[in-house]
Design a protein around this ligand. Structure first.
Ligand code: ZN
Length: 228
């Protein structure tokens, strides 16, 4: 029986980090593979009233038309920076011929797609979507102890492709991945800053605007440390 439809969960970056935790002992990611969908485009995604249908259309194309067994990627980053689940993380991806490590030995690359056409002159990888792509790449590389050389753009594995898009510069992307890792903050430090400095400042604030700003900064610290 052919499955006509599959549902996919949508995560915030912080939720996805939680979701990844149990997999640290179940799977060994050997590389991070970075792709852009080219199609669907960001414009296609913006037009869709039911965003799930965009993910399901990819699944249908990969699983049924291409006969790859499932959607190709482990995760899909949408233009708003959310992460949609893809195929099981325990299964090798359909990323690039000769690079999938598909022998079911529990060791394979982690593959993600970013929705958009990122070729020069088309759409731009920016804002929340770029932030999630950088943070996710950095997180996988850190947790699975991968050196930078194991972060691969699709075009490095297939010379006929521009993927993730000719406007996405590899060196600039890696620089962001590196810098993000440096500002990675743990919850204990974030909460110490909040209770030792921000809370007294909040009570001492002269106006509501000042209190709102302190509140905003505290939430930024909670976000940076994965608490929100
Ligand atoms: Zn690709």
């Amino acid at each position: 029986m052919v499955v006509e439809r599959k549902n996919f969960r949508r995560f915030t970056y912080a939720e996805y980090v939680e979701y990844l935790k149990p997999f640290r002992t179940n799977v060994k990611f050997s590389q991070v593979h970075v792709h852009g969908t080219w199609k669907p485009t960001i414009a296609d995604y913006r037009r869709a009233t039911d965003k799930m249908k965009i993910i399901q259309a990819m699944w249908r194309f990969h699983a049924i038309t291409q006969n790859w067994g499932d959607i190709a990627q482990h995760a899909t980053i949408d233009p708003d920076g959310y992460i949609w689940e893809g195929r099981s993380l325990l299964i090798a991806p359909a990323s690039a011929v000769g690079f999938n490590n598909s022998d079911n030995d529990g060791i394979h690359p982690f593959m993600f797609e970013m929705i958009g056409n990122f070729d020069v002159g088309a759409e731009k990888l920016e804002g929340a979507q770029l932030a999630t792509a950088v943070k996710l790449t950095s997180h996988i590389a850190k947790e699975w102890k991968l050196p930078e050389a194991q972060i691969k753009f699709h075009r490095e594995m297939n010379a006929g492709k521009t993927c993730p898009g000719s406007s996405v510069n590899k060196a600039s992307f890696l620089e962001l991945v590196r810098d993000w890792r440096d500002v990675d903050m743990n919850a204990v430090d974030a909460n110490k800053i909040i209770s030792t400095w921000l809370s007294p400042a909040w009570f001492a604030a002269a106006s509501k605007a000042e209190r709102d700003e302190i509140h905003r900064l505290a939430n930024e610290l909670r976000k940076a440390s994965g608490q929100l």
